[in-house]
Design a protein around this ligand. Structure first.
Ligand code: PLP
Length: 221
């Protein structure tokens, strides 16, 4: 095929043009077959993001011979916390205490703590998941106290927009929230923001991880 390799190379070169520091590329492989992930792995990609638990578990089985770092990036449902805690290294969408506690309770003792980002609703959209900016500090305190989680930073999915200045202002808002938390003593090092349509602006505003699917694998059905 070669198209996944060229998609990866194109994304990496676009990241390199705007980044003045290392940025972790999470290849978002939801709805892609295991073979596509294997192809990206052969091309050097090690970090993959999935949004649907049962689909992800199937692919993990097929790909268990590879040393992949799996990130769960979708909304976390209460009845999926055990499967997520047992199979992923990172969770990007923690937005309530109950979900955080369940993930911590279910994280197996033989694995390192689960790396967590708190999802923030920076667009103020009613239906969006994510904690309101005013609730972030309290949730950060709660998550930090859980024994089997390690709070790494914040994540957001701003509303899709073609307007670069709006994109940047949403990302800047998340960066400032993280800086506030760091000022309060939370040792956060991660800003998970930026997707295929807006990752350059996310990087310009301080993203340390970008979650990119369609620009690598092509449009999802
Ligand atoms: C699907 C998804 C992505 C990737 O989206 P693309 O536009 O295909 O890059 C990133 N983050 C989350 C949370 C997603 O669900």
């Amino acid at each position: 095929m070669g198209s996944i390799l060229s998609g990866l190379q194109a994304v990496q070169s676009r990241i390199g043009k705007v980044a003045d520091r290392p940025v972790t590329l999470i290849a978002v492989s939801k709805t892609c077959p295991a073979e596509a992930i294997r192809e990206a792995f052969v091309a050097g990609q090690r970090v993959f993001g999935e949004s649907y638990v049962s689909e992800a578990l199937e692919k993990m089985k097929d790909l268990s011979d590879l040393g992949i770092e799996w990130h769960f990036i979708g909304p976390v449902q209460g009845n999926k916390t055990r499967a997520i805690a047992e199979n992923f290294s990172w969770v990007h969408g923690v937005d309530r205490e109950k979900i955080a506690r369940r993930l911590s309770d279910a994280r197996p003792g033989n694995l390192p703590p689960l790396q967590v980002c708190i999802q923030v609703n920076v667009s103020g959209e009613e239906s969006k998941s994510g904690v309101e900016p005013s609730g972030v500090a309290s949730l950060a305190k709660y998550v930090s106290a859980l024994p089997r989680l390690r709070l790494r930073g914040l994540m957001a999915i701003p509303e899709p927009s073609e307007d670069p200045s709006l994109q940047r202002s949403r990302f800047a808002q998340l960066r400032k929230l993280k800086e506030d938390l760091c000022g309060q003593g939370f040792p956060l090092d991660t800003l998970s923001m930026g997707m295929s349509g807006d990752f350059e602006n996310a990087i310009l505003e301080g993203a340390t991880m970008v979650r990119i699917g369609s620009a690598i694998f092509g449009n999802r059905k």
